[in-house]
Design a protein. Structure first.
Length: 154
């Protein structure tokens, strides 16, 4: 009984090999098994290996480029989100924390308030209050941005 099993297994292996060879070299039994076409089968096998190698190489290159593209897209989206957040903050910065006070004059990070009626947005200027024994000074400092056509007058 064991010999029959091994014989059946052998027949399955042989049938599978013949089927695979017929699949690899279509066109009939002669093209798949004849010694007359051995050189062509060898050339075809070599060409298929080269094609498979190129396909794997190109897949690796394409995958690397897709990873770089996804990374660049993510970096772009992050920079756009940061720029949009900075724009929203620049358009409506709020008052910010208190930087200094002098009587009813309150200097916050983004606004200068004189009482509750007058609130002046600073728009990128820095305002400071220096209190002396005889005089008090309010300093306004601006910085010229490289893309600004107008100089800041102090």
């Amino acid at each position: 009984m064991e010999i029959v099993r091994w014989g059946l297994r052998g027949l399955i292996v042989i049938a599978t090999s013949v089927g695979w060879r017929r699949y690899r070299y279509p066109g009939g039994w002669g093209f798949a098994f004849s010694p007359a076409y051995a050189a062509e089968r060898t050339g075809l096998a070599r060409a298929r290996r080269e094609l498979a190698w190129r396909a794997v190489r190109d897949w690796g290159r394409r995958t690397a480029l897709e990873v770089r593209l996804d990374s660049a897209r993510a970096a772009h989206l992050r920079s756009v989100a940061l720029a949009q957040a900075a724009l929203r903050e620049a358009e409506d910065p709020g008052s910010g924390p208190i930087e200094g006070e002098l009587g009813c004059l309150v200097v916050r990070r983004h606004t200068l308030a004189a009482g509750d009626d007058l609130i002046v947005p600073l728009g990128g200027l820095r305002v400071g209050i220096r209190e002396g024994s005889k005089s008090h000074h309010l300093t306004v400092v601006g910085s010229r941005r490289p893309d600004s056509p107008c100089p800041v007058v102090a």
